[in-house]
Design a protein around this ligand. Structure first.
Ligand code: GEK
Length: 244
């Protein structure tokens, strides 16, 4: 028997596949969905925790932008040893925020956490020593991404760090195909059917717009970030760190 938190959203044929949204149905299965769909997700969450231990400064804010159910927020709260730190998790999905607050309050921690329902494009970012965009930028309209990177840069303290994880497309068609095929194999190995893979792909088509690695590098460089390092890649998923 399937568990009720197993992602079966696209397991039956949909007469019309609607654009993907982060609604209550997605919230119910989100941890299963993201760990079976994003190669290295647990490693990335774990590493965000390690980075927070190393780089979060005393008297600073930490932002988890597009926090979903708070996996990165919780990893950071467990790891942060700096004093007078405040973590702010932001997501614009009401269903995500409601469940995220439950997750966060289920664990104790010394660092205070606020989970707020808001648009990451309009919130204020200030006195930040760490900002996390874990698979969120890809859902922001491409024409607004540069402005967001600049806003985060201005909200970072000197020495502050941005962690950005994204699905990417490769500029070369053959390489792109290699990465997509490997990712689909990964999903098959995690129990998704051809129908589920195809319908999810259609649902995401208008909603998630991946950049190429070069786009990220150029955008971050133009915004003023330095020491931009790609610390993770598995297939078409990568994670970067960049300093102010
Ligand atoms: C994790 N970081 O588990 N403002 C606020 N939130 C937004 C916006 C916006 N403009 N656009 C999208 N979101 C998480 C995973 S999921 C990635 C992040 C995925 C939110 C959206 O509601 C969703 O919760 C999240 O960004 C993207 O580490 O599911 O592939």
């Amino acid at each position: 028997m399937q568990r009720s938190d197993t992602d079966l959203i696209y397991s039956n044929p949909h007469s019309q596949v609607k654009d993907f949204t982060f609604d209550a149905q997605v919230v119910e299965v989100f941890p299963d969905m993201i760990s079976r769909s994003v190669p290295g997700y647990n490693t990335i969450i774990d590493t965000i925790g390690r980075l927070s231990k190393q780089y979060v400064q005393d008297n600073s804010n930490v932002y988890d932008l597009g926090c979903s159910l708070g996996a990165a927020t919780l990893a950071m709260r467990r790891a942060i040893t700096a004093k007078d730190v405040h973590i702010v998790g932001v997501d614009n999905s009401a269903a995500m925020v409601e469940r995220c607050k439950m997750h966060v309050s289920a664990f104790k921690g010394d660092t205070p956490v606020d989970i707020v329902q808001d648009n990451i494009e309009t919130i204020e970012i200030k006195d930040a020593s760490l900002v996390v965009l874990n698979f969120t930028l890809q859902f922001i309209a491409p024409e607004n991404r540069q402005t967001l990177m600049e806003k985060i840069y201005h909200g970072l303290k000197p020495g502050g760090l941005l962690v950005i994880s994204e699905k990417i497309h490769h500029q070369d068609d053959t390489s792109n195909e290699v990465l997509i095929n490997l990712h689909h194999d990964f999903k098959r190995a995690n129990g998704y059917s051809e129908l589920e893979i195809a319908q999810k792909r259609t649902a995401l088509e208008n909603v998630m717009k991946p950049d190429a690695f070069e786009d990220h590098l150029n955008r971050l460089t133009a915004a003023g970030y330095k020491n931009i390092t790609q610390w993770f890649q598995c297939f078409n998923f990568l994670s970067l760190v960049a300093f102010k």
